[in-house]
Design a protein around this ligand. Sequence first.
Ligand code: C2E
Ligand code: SIN
Ligand code: SIN
Ligand code: FE
Ligand code: FE
Length: 344
Amino acid sequence: MDVLIIDDDQVNLKLFARMLAALPNVTSITASNPIKALKWATVNEPDLVLVDYMMPGMDGLQFLERFRALPGKSSTPVIMATADAQTDVRYRALQLSANDFLTKPVHKTELRARVSNLLALRQTQVELARRADWLAEEVEKATAKILAREREAIHRLARVAEYRDPETGAHLIRLERYTRLIGAMLGLPQEELDLLGQASPMHDIGKVGIPDRILLKPGRLDDEEMAIMRTHSQIGADILEGSTSPLLQVAAILAITHHEKFDGSGYPHGLKGDAIHLYGRIVAVADVFDALTSERPYKAAWSPERAAALLRDSCGSHFDPQCVAAFFAQWDEVLAVFREHRDT
Ligand code: C2E
Ligand code: SIN
Ligand code: SIN
Ligand code: FE
Ligand code: FE
């Protein structure tokens, strides 16, 4: 352990250093100039400081005040050496959180005892600090693990719906890509883009609650069947809502809003314009484009150009114009995703 000794008297310095040489594991660093000692302490971590009060230029109290202000030095043990009569000095030193005093002339037994005690305290401090660092690291690791598991559980939840729905895994991938393309073009920050992209495969999770005779019907739905089909938005929200997980919160927003239409003619709430969460307006474009360009039990796959024409025609009625514009602004990327992730 490093003990920094500051005394303007070279003889005292040597004397203190020799007294401490008898203690195991102690290295003395001596300084006759308190300013130089402060400089040393800004780049080194002394385990204990022994400072004389009476020094020309900068006295022990001034040194202590500036030493305590250095980063990481608020609890380093400090012993101040004073003359017996200087009670007021001792009070002020205590206010600046000196840990102990020695009365000059200093006796070696007393010096060693006090230094040993404070070094033991220092040892405990350092170990506690190390343990706190270790714990913080462990918490960070555990948190990363929990987040990864959360993401995995959520992706598996999305796959539950996938198994019942004629829609394929490729649809979920394309939907996520289209969603990210639009969100990025609209300037969403990366963190939000990731949440939105990861949540997008769950927008139709409510379809697990739709009977097979409707979900898998190989033809057009009649009005009554369509009414039941439309409950998938609310079922999805019921499954996903009320979570503390940001990812599930975004997924819940998508479930309840992705069939709302910009002019208020959508479902389940008939929300209009900005009253529909931006995430829902984004996914509506991505979802319909992908539904149109995919084969369904009730329809053949459309070409991307025919689907684009429908988006353009429904711009402002079904879709938010800024989301449609963001989609078309990246048409080449859209086509690349379409070609790369075909249904198998
Ligand atoms: P989905 O197949 O993923 O379609 C999502 C949305 O894309 C539809 O929402 C609709 O806005 C649009 N879309 C899909 N196919 C077409 C189409 O051929 N023409 C036009 N103009 N738009 C289309 P929507 O209508 O609320 O339907 C929600 C879900 O209900 C669909 O998801 C699908 O699973 C089911 N569905 C809708 N209509 C039928 C149908 O006639 N027969 C069957 N079996 N299922 C249907
Ligand atoms: C330090 O001051 O160097 C670390 C914290 C402590 O041991 O009190
Ligand atoms: C299209 O209209 O087919 C593509 C979309 C566009 O480039 O505007
Ligand atoms: Fe849907
Ligand atoms: Fe879908």
